[in-house]
Design a binder for this molecule. Structure first.
Ligand code: EPU
Length: 338
């Protein structure tokens, strides 16, 4: 295990922000991870665990230890007539894992194709797209408790999943390092084409027989058409969450803004498309210095090159304020701001 000093994190976050970590270590095995916890007394230190760095905005140098999770491996655990249990190590690239499952006919995560990041980060914010969330196929996860170096298992209930939420963003924050995730996948697919654009792409391609591969291909096509590739243009996907507002407030706003986009949420609440709100405030495609809101998806903030985290954060705050001023709705970041 090699602990490096003063390392640039530019290649380790999809925004491509060039800040430094005081200490940096890549962990390749569970043993290394446990050793790190016991030898370095991580509880006393300022630590930041990175997987793919795809849901983070780094606004300054990190005066602590960055731990890069590189635990790899995927294995089928067991199966019954209906389900198959698959365990993936936290450092596996999420999309590779999705493709691995599709190749073997294991269904349930095809709608989550092409989401950037690693397996270990997926449950932290209950990643979701095109009508599916990871909680739908989640079985359990294993994590190393930082204080003791011991393994702990989290069931689905223990993870307290919500919309882009889990226990790891709240009471368990900073206390565990996720080492693997076990998924309960379907042997017989349950196709989810409820998200309109998927069916449109399938129709356009003339797909007659639905398959998990066909859905994955459609999702890849949709994502590629409107979400910028972080390898080409720094970004971290949706910057804000879609806000949930009381349905009464939504109905009132709808009288003024007839094309306002909303979906049913928890009882009495409506989830409003933050991308629509931001676009209505005139931000879509706008370039501000080295940053901006993307031309095809206003919810995605981008680094056109050389942007600092503080610059992107300032843009985010300006966008947040203008949405509040115009609609009286507070949009909150989905990304972790450090
Ligand atoms: N919209 C606009 N203008 C925009 C962007 C969107 O009017 O600039 C409208 C669209 O026309 C559509 C609605 O907003 O009617 C929703 O847009 P979209 O389908 O693109 O989805 P989203 O709500 O913006 C969410 C997730 C995405 C996920 C997609 C598809 C959040 C915060 N984001 O985006 O997840 O891929 O749905 O399921 O929930 C991510 O989390 O990083 C992410 C990309």
């Amino acid at each position: 295990m090699n602990i490096l000093q003063n390392i640039s994190l530019q290649a380790y976050n999809t925004f491509g922000i060039d800040v430094k970590a005081k200490e940096f270590v890549e962990v390749h095995s569970l043993e290394e991870l446990k050793t790190l916890c016991s030898v370095f007394n991580l509880l006393e230190r300022n630590i930041l665990v990175l997987g793919g760095g795809s849901n983070i905005l780094l606004t300054k140098d990190f005066e602590g230890m960055v731990i890069c999770n590189r635990l790899e491996g995927i294995e089928k655990l067991h199966e019954d007539d209906e389900f198959i249990w698959v365990k993936a190590m936290a450092g596996e690239v999420w999309h590779h894992f999705v493709l691995w499952c599709i190749q073997r006919g294991y269904a349930g995560i095809e709608n989550l194709s092409l989401i950037p990041g690693c397996v270990g980060a997926a449950p932290m914010q209950n990643i979701g797209a095109y009508g599916v969330e990871i909680k739908d196929v989640f079985d359990s996860l294993e994590a190393v408790e930082i204080a003791t170096g011991e393994m702990k298992t989290f069931t689905r209930a223990a993870c307290k999943f919500g919309y882009r939420e889990s226990v790891f963003k709240h009471e368990a924050k900073g206390k565990y390092i996720i080492s693997s995730v076990t998924f309960k996948l379907y042997k017989q697919p349950r196709f989810n084409t409820s998200y309109g654009a998927i069916q449109q792409v399938l129709d356009k391609k003339g797909v007659k027989e639905l398959s998990i591969k066909a859905i994955s291909d459609a999702v890849i096509e949709i994502r590629s058409s409107k979400l910028p590739d972080p390898k080409k243009l720094g970004n971290s996907g949706s910057f804000f969450k879609n806000p949930e507002i009381p349905s009464m407030q939504f109905e009132q706003l709808k009288q003024q803004y007839a094309d306002m986009v909303g979906y049913p949420a928890s009882p009495g609440f409506t989830k409003v498309a933050a991308g629509w709100l931001i676009e209505q405030c005139g931000w879509k495609g706008k370039v501000v210095g080295n940053t901006g809101s993307h031309k095809d998806q206003a919810l995605v903030l981008v680094n056109y090159g050389g942007a600092t985290g503080a610059e992107i954060w300032q843009l985010a705050m300006d966008i947040q304020q203008s949405v509040k001023d115009k609609f009286g709705i507070e949009i909150v970041p989905e990304v972790n701001v450090i």
